[in-house]
Design a protein around this ligand. Structure first.
Ligand code: HEC
Length: 213
């Protein structure tokens, strides 16, 4: 009788909770033994033989990696100083035009070959929605206006930094070109942008290297 005691309540009582003293199920017991064996193997493998990296070594390696990454990114994360003066040489502008009209960028399908505007706004007048200086235009091309249908272009996408500068310079070179039958000025563009022909250049002499390319 003593060996086959089953489902007999023990005496002790913890806040009204009592328990049986049944033996553990075999499968549970074997799993338990298995974990003990495994832990010994684990300790030998990771801590004694040094064949593989321990958790601490792995953690330290990851920390080191992160530190390296952080260091490598330190230069990139600082906002890149975008050029402030557009390229004006014919070769660069021709490259910019190439980008603007290429099948990869498709700028011209929305802004028209003469930049007079179609789906996208006219890019040749003094009225801009998002700003008219070179760095702003470059930024706008990079980020695009996905909600309006213009994809983000730029160094992470289809245009290299150089192409970006070229195409932005090309756009600026077309300023005042008065293409025939331009897209009407949208309500968002009613305010003239910058007035840069008059005061802009005088005011912006901080780091604008006119001789720089
Ligand atoms: C699918 C159509 C589409 C394509 C392709 C496209 N754009 Fe646009 N673009 C637009 C629209 C629409 C806007 C206006 C966004 C708004 O209203 O906020 C815009 C705005 C702009 C602006 C800002 C204009 C302003 O007034 O501030 C620039 C600059 C520009 N596009 C340049 C480009 C360049 C360069 C390319 C090619 C690399 C390009 N776009 C390709 C549709 C397009």
């Amino acid at each position: 009788m003593a060996q086959t005691r089953k489902d007999e309540l023990l005496d002790h009582d913890a806040d009204g909770i009592q328990e049986y003293d049944n033996s553990l199920p075999r499968w549970w017991l074997y799993m338990f033994y298995f974990t003990i064996v495994l832990s010994v193997g684990y300790m030998i493998y990771y801590h004694l033989t040094g064949t593989d990296r321990s958790m601490i070594a792995e953690y330290n390696a990851q920390l080191q990696e992160a530190a390296l990454l952080k260091k490598a990114n330190a230069g990139n994360s600082a906002p890149k100083a975008l050029p402030t003066s557009p390229l004006t040489d014919a070769a660069s502008l021709a490259k910019g035009q190439e980008v603007f009209e290429s099948v990869n960028s498709l700028c011209s399908t929305c802004h028209r070959n003469d930049l007079g505007g179609q789906v996208g706004p006219n890019l040749t007048d003094e009225y801009w929605i998002h700003g008219c200086d070179l760095p702003t235009i470059m930024n706008n091309i990079t980020t695009g206006f996905p909600e309006k249908g213009m994809l983000p272009y730029g160094s992470t996408n289809k245009l290299t930094d150089e192409q970006l500068l070229q195409v932005a310079s090309y756009i600026l070179s077309k300023k005042g070109s008065n293409p025939p039958d331009p897209k009407p000025i949208e309500a968002e563009r009613e305010v003239k942008c910058g007035d840069e022909d008059d005061e802009h250049h005088a005011g912006e002499d901080d780091d604008e290297g006119k001789e720089g390319h």
